[in-house]
Ligand binder design. Structure first.
Ligand code: ATP
Length: 452
């Protein structure tokens, strides 16, 4: 059973320190959220899992971390200046604004009036001034996707790594979209993170790679604890495709508010690389840069056997980190009836995603001997670098167990007076609530094995 409502998740997130509204002190800013002490761990763990599967576990992908501020020409020639828009309508009665494809029966969701303006395109990109003079000429965009900076670094990466097709460039980072109606907690926000891979292939091999990546991405979400049954794949209809896409498959997830996109896998063809190559060439000519092979084939790759230059096709799996966090919290959230008639809330997160990997709890608060033994164990487990191990010196074991169930800590290790005598500890499993007594010398192995 996943979370019954978005309210359950929002409340858990705030109460336990996963996610807060940005600048709540001053009434908040719509569509912006901050990740608290546990949220930052969960989010980092999800990003690490993605990076590991996309970069470390493969031998055909390189990483990148590029600027957020983007040259206007990049987003002009990528087509974003012209087409990265949503249809905006105003309600003439209550003056509220809506995205027309998100409202039902073309009625204002706020006052139900049908007195709406015709939809008009609204560009979602944020602009900002660069440098001290704000005369409107020296501006940059906050990138609306991380992808463009991958395309503009394509040549740098192949020149410095000697890559041949097929290969990919992976990047995780912030993206910004001035959404008309941000909503549903962290699902649709104005500042978010994306995990994007641009995978470059020979034209003609694109459809095969597209199918392959769709399957790989679904399997990855399953490995993160998302049930296969909670996802569905849709072929984005031709009319709804982004301007650069030949085909897009969206992985849809049953969010608490409805079935919506978690990740999109697009076949971007040679649209972006081709466009940047053409315009880069114009730029070279205008700037009197001598035309040579290099500038003509700016964003192309040379086949080392045939010597032929190719502008590759691009397959792009693009996932939202924030939507991922929401899906994973939703999947893991359980309210269970206990034998004594009480209830417990538990997050059955996969251990590699849990914000706290293990809590070491001295049975009695501030008892020097217990605390020092607990600290010693905490330090030895922390050294394994599997994530955060917490010394929980709150002194109330029942409360600690409840708290750690609710935040998804896979195991609690209790140090009691017997531990001082025989070097054994009690390990309580989050999911089964079963406890077993282990020798301290066995704990490291037990802890490491819990990640397998
Ligand atoms: P939607 O149709 O829901 O607006 P999109 O098709 O515009 O999404 P893409 O451009 O494909 O989204 O972006 C790739 C991924 O980035 C999405 O699958 C999603 O996970 C994430 N994403 C996009 N927009 C937002 C947003 N406003 N807030 C949070 N995540 C987002």
């Amino acid at each position: 059973m996943t979370a019954s409502s978005m309210e359950d998740l929002v409340s858990l997130c705030k109460r336990r320190g996963f996610i807060y509204q940005t600048n709540e002190l001053y009434g908040g800013l719509q569509g912006l959220y901050d990740y608290g002490p546990l949220g930052v761990e969960l989010k980092n763990n999800l990003k690490d899992a993605w990076w590991s599967s996309m970069v470390y576990e493969r031998d055909d992908v390189e990483g990148l971390d590029s600027s957020i501020l983007t040259h206007p020409n990049v987003l002009k020639y990528s087509g974003h200046e012209e087409t990265f828009t949503d249809p905006l309508v105003d309600c003439k009665d209550c003056k509220s604004r809506w995205r027309s494809d998100h409202i039902e029966d073309q009625k204002c969701p706020s006052c139900e009036s049908s007195n709406l303006t015709e939809p008009r395109p609204f560009n979602l990109m944020f602009k900002t001034n660069v440098g001290p003079v704000d005369d409107g000429t020296s501006f940059a965009y906050l990138r609306p996707e991380t992808a463009q900076q991958i395309f503009t670094n394509f040549k740098n990466v192949i020149d410095s790594t000697s890559r041949v097709l097929p290969f990919g460039i992976a990047q995780i980072g912030k993206a910004f979209r001035n959404e008309i109606t941000p909503r549903n907690f962290i699902f649709r926000v104005r500042e978010f993170e994306q995990m994007e891979l641009e995978f470059f292939v020979e034209p003609g091999e694109d459809e095969h790679w597209h199918d392959k990546w769709v399957q790989k991405r679904v399997d990855w979400w399953v490995d993160q604890g998302v049930e296969k049954e909670s996802m569905e794949m849709i072929d984005v209809p031709k009319d709804d495709l982004s301007h650069y896409s030949k085909k897009t498959v969206d992985i849809m997830y049953k969010f608490p508010h409805g079935v919506e996109e978690l990740e999109g896998i697009a076949n971007r063809t040679d649209f972006d690389i081709g466009s940047h190559t053409r315009h880069q060439k114009e730029y070279d000519i205008k700037s009197n840069v001598k035309e040579n092979n290099d500038s003509v084939t700016k964003l192309a790759i040379q086949n080392k056997i045939t010597n032929k230059w190719t502008i590759p096709y691009v397959i792009e799996p693009s996932a939202g980190v924030d939507r991922g966090v929401l899906a994973i919290l939703n999947e893991a959230y359980r309210v269970e009836k206990l034998e004594n008639g009480k209830e417990r809330t538990v997050l059955t997160l996969k251990p590699h995603l849990s914000p706290i990997k293990a809590a070491v709890i001295p049975l009695k608060r501030n008892n020097e001997e217990l605390v020092s033994k607990a600290l010693e164990l905490k330090k030895s487990l922390q050294k394994l670098k599997l994530g955060r191990v917490l010394l929980d010196n709150s002194g109330n074991i029942g409360k600690s167990y409840r708290r750690h169930d609710e935040i998804g800590t896979p195991m609690c290790i209790t140090i009691d007076f017997q531990s001082l005598e025989d070097d054994t500890v009690t390990i309580r499993d989050r999911d089964t609530m079963e406890q077993e007594r282990l020798s301290i010398s066995e704990v490291s192995n037990y802890f490491q094995n819990s990640f397998l």
